[in-house]
Design a protein around this ligand. Sequence first.
Ligand SMILES: Nc1ncnc2c1ncn2[C@@H]1O[C@H](COP(=O)(O)OP(=O)(O)OP(=O)(O)O)[C@@H](O)[C@H]1O
Ligand SMILES: [Mg+2]
Length: 469
Amino acid sequence: MPIQPAKQLSFLRNNKQVIYSLLVVILIPVLIVLNTYIIITKMQVNLDEELRYKAQLAAHSLNVALLNYVDEPNEVEEVITNYAKFTKDVKNIQIIKKINDDFKIVASLNPEDKGRLVEGQDKTMLAITWYDKNEISTEMRADKRMEIAGQEISFDERLWAVRTPIVNKDGNEVYLANIWVSTKNADINIANTVTVAGIVLVLTIIAVILLILGNSRLFQYAVLFEKLKEVDQMKDDFISTASHELRTPLTIIRGNASILVEDFSRLKKEEITNMHEQIVDSTNRLNYLVNDLLDVSRIEQNRIKLELSEVNVLEIGRKITGEFKNQAKEKGLHIKENFADKPLFSNLDKAKFEQILINIIGNAVKYTKEGEVEVGITSNEKGNSILVRDTGIGMDEDERKQLFSKFYRIRNENTENIPGTGLGLWITKQLIEMMQGKIMVESIKGVGSQFTITFPKNEGKLTSQNKQK
Ligand SMILES: Nc1ncnc2c1ncn2[C@@H]1O[C@H](COP(=O)(O)OP(=O)(O)OP(=O)(O)O)[C@@H](O)[C@H]1O
Ligand SMILES: [Mg+2]
């Protein structure tokens, strides 16, 4: 049988352990992803710090290398070319001289730079460096393919640009140097780490999923545990109800039978008749109990066979209502009939339909002390419906919710002396649903209850397919 989404939801609601396990299952991979992300981000930040420091160090050592040549412009270019050979991440070095308010590149690893005046934001940076006498480093991204000193800088290569003052032996600023240190190698390392971390992550998640699948029995245990609790509760309910329901009629039968055996000669005729009647009533009660229990087991094992045929709902309704008239009269209850004036047909199992009506009308009479019981049989666009309304003890919201549970009986001073197993409505609901019907209850405590049963109308002839269910 396909499981409906609504049923699945209520299944989850009733099996908190499954929700908990699912959360753990989701949480583990999420935590692994988060962990990987945090580690990689942190690593990137640390590496950037490291590179920036390296760029600044390069700037200082360049100054040392240039110290003896600051006054000989022709030597400067050779010094920086040599210097670049030994520092593999340095992509460009520009030596810049301040002339009045301008900054002119006097030497560069990139020959095209030489003689050019620096303009724009770069110029501002150089001015700040010059007047502050402090280096400034900024991150930049090469946005065009450049070849500097024979080395190509690709499109998305990141660089640290460090502007630093170059001083002579007396500590006076002579030039400014602009040094570009590439982060390419570090970035490649990070990219490799990300790839490895990604692979490890995927493998870990696969391992977790395999583990969970392998242990799916855990879920079954959780469900089984809930079921066992339910069954255990049902067993308790069953024992308490059944023993009570067995004991009362058995006590009456045994008591009356032994009096009849021992004192038969001394008993008056009407006393004997009365005792016999009580024995018959109690036997009937035992019979109902056994039949109810048999019905439950048949329904649960799917062994109920429906014999569907075109049934006149009105005719059966009238008959069963009639059967309760005596019982109602004895209790001083009025039975009100509200029947449609023409036959109403539905595809039903006649005997099961009678059983349903006996349960519902029986309950209305049983749980009403005074007033009336109304049976209405009508038809509307939803189908043929049977309405049973009483002015009985009624029930509150909580009681109404449990009404169709197996062995459920409302226990209070109003019901303590009324016999019953609490199976009637459960069986009734199962039978109604088997015949494509619906049952609804409205009730107010102390005022009364109203049960409405609706079956689809019989439209067209019975087919052999829906004849047997
Ligand atoms: N019309 C009603 N008015 C008030 N309470 C009702 C009515 N019908 C059912 N109930 C309450 O619902 C409970 C369950 O009803 P149900 O028919 O399943 O069992 P029962 O009548 O106790 O026993 P059984 O029908 O098996 O002999 C009843 O015990 C009763 O408390
Ligand atoms: Mg009942």
